[in-house]
Design a protein around this ligand. Structure first.
Ligand code: ZN
Length: 454
């Protein structure tokens, strides 16, 4: 049983004004708009699996129960009732057993309510995600050259709509469409493999987006957006790289600040202190990829200038949290300002989304042709596809790559020991030590180690 008490001691009721359910591959997020923060009690029942939430006081459930959209989620049905002590009881019937985790988020510009956010993580689903084995060209054809992997990150999603523009056009919808169109182009291009951080309407925390890109062995990370600015006249597309010193303009500072609030809107409670330590460590190792980020950004900006007015002629800089990837060149692309009526109208059309995806595609393939990663099909093709020595060397590097694909990663948690981990994942301590170059038993909280995938 999970008990949580929030809010004031006075007895005025906290009504439920709205309910939203978001399903992602990793979890199910239930969000309740509350008229004020209040005590709640959460527990699960079995046979059948149910999640029960009791809200104190004389809370009213305002939405129509049958209007709550549960399609394609873990929840099969919802009913509400009243306990003897007058608590409001909400019962969600579920397809699987879950561990619930709840928090209350304060109001913000997008959500004027307090929100009770309940994340449901399926029990028995594996606690560590295996590295997504991105198959390389070497698996399919004889030349043994790997694909360039491009991680495409459609901004926002789920509880976080992003900017909302003309005729309620939502940024999260537009950017997912552009991202999918870009992925389709890359999929069809020999030597490239796209990886989408999100494929549907759900929110992914900012840190999680780059982690996914790393696990997919991405060569480049592109986050796609269509933001709003205070001034509805602002228009044009832009490309950003991470800046550690400060923003290149007041507008970019404003945009980065808004973007970095996304976790709050998306329903992530910011009480994970370990994450802050991890972030500081990341900051230290980031300068290495800056040159590549700038070069790729310049190439893409040049192409985008062919179909839209550029907001600025140069690649801009700002402290976007989502760009903090330690070892992957990373870009944030503003495809336009959704706050500008003319641009919002264009961005909402499939034709323009396709044009935008096409120019980003051209910009990034031109960049990779100029600077192909070693061992890639594009490098091999550029070199005329010959030279035995080079082929042999690259073969070796692609073997290394495929070995990496046979491991999964595990992040050390407080209280973990090597022998416990070994036992849990059915490998020997020696094997873990060898795989990670660990000499003794010393491991640290937050350290990521490799484990054999099978
Ligand atoms: Zn955005």
């Amino acid at each position: 049983m999970l008990l949580a008490f929030f809010g004031s001691a006075n007895n005025a009721s906290a009504d439920v004004d709205g309910v939203r359910v978001w399903q992602s591959p990793a979890n199910t997020r239930l969000v309740f708009d509350l008229s004020k923060p209040h005590q709640h009690k959460i527990f699960t029942l079995q046979n059948p699996y149910r999640l029960v939430i009791d809200l104190g006081g004389n809370a009213q459930f305002k939405p129509k129960v049958n209007k709550v959209d549960l399609a394609s989620t873990l929840v099969t049905s919802l009913r509400t009732g009243r306990q003897k002590n007058k608590d409001l009881r909400m019962v969600f019937q579920l397809r699987a057993d879950v561990n619930p985790k709840s928090s209350i988020l304060p109001p913000n510009k997008i959500y004027p309510h307090h929100r009770l956010v309940v994340d449901l993580i399926e029990k028995n689903s594996r606690s560590i995600e295996p590295i997504r084995t991105v198959k390389t060209v070497a698996d399919k054809v004889a030349h043994n050259k790997r694909d360039i992997i491009v991680a495409i990150d459609a901004g926002h999603g789920g509880e976080d709509p992003g900017a909302v523009g003309y005729r309620r056009t939502k940024e999260k919808v537009v950017v997912l469409k552009i991202a999918k169109k870009l992925a389709a182009l890359l999929k069809a291009e020999p030597g490239y493999k796209p990886y989408l951080t999100r494929t549907g309407d759900y929110y992914i925390p900012l840190r999680e987006r780059t982690r996914k890109a790393r696990d997919a062995n991405a060569d480049l990370f592109i986050s796609i957006h269509a933001d709003a600015f205070r001034n509805s006249q602002a228009h044009g597309s832009s490309v950003f790289v991470l800046s550690e010193r400060g923003a290149s303009s007041e507008e970019s500072r404003y945009l980065a600040q808004k973007e970095n609030e996304a976790d709050l809107v998306g329903g992530v409670s910011l009480d994970d202190k370990d994450d802050h330590v991890a972030m500081t460590l990341l900051d230290l190792s980031m300068t290495a990829t800056r040159g590549s980020s700038l070069a790729a950004g310049k190439s893409i900006l040049g192409r985008m200038g062919k179909i839209s007015r550029l907001h600025k002629k140069r690649v801009e800089e700002a402290a976007f949290m989502v760009l903090k990837a330690p070892d992957i060149p990373a870009l944030l692309i503003e495809t336009g300002f959704i706050s500008n009526p003319g641009e919002a109208k264009k961005l909402a059309t499939s034709r323009y989304q396709k044009k935008m995806a096409n120019e980003i595609f051209k910009g990034l393939t031109q960049y990779f042709y100029k600077e192909p990663p070693e061992g890639s099909y594009v490098a091999w093709k550029k070199g005329g596809g010959k030279s035995n020595k080079v082929v042999a060397a690259r073969k070796a590097s692609s073997v290394k790559k495929s070995r990496v694909a046979n491991v999964k990663r595990y992040t050390i948690k407080r209280g973990d020991t090597l022998s416990q981990i070994a036992q849990k994942y059915n490998v020997s301590v020696t094997k873990i030590r060898r795989l990670n170059g660990i000499k003794n038993n010393s491991i640290q909280v937050g350290q990521r180690i490799k484990l054999p995938a099978s």
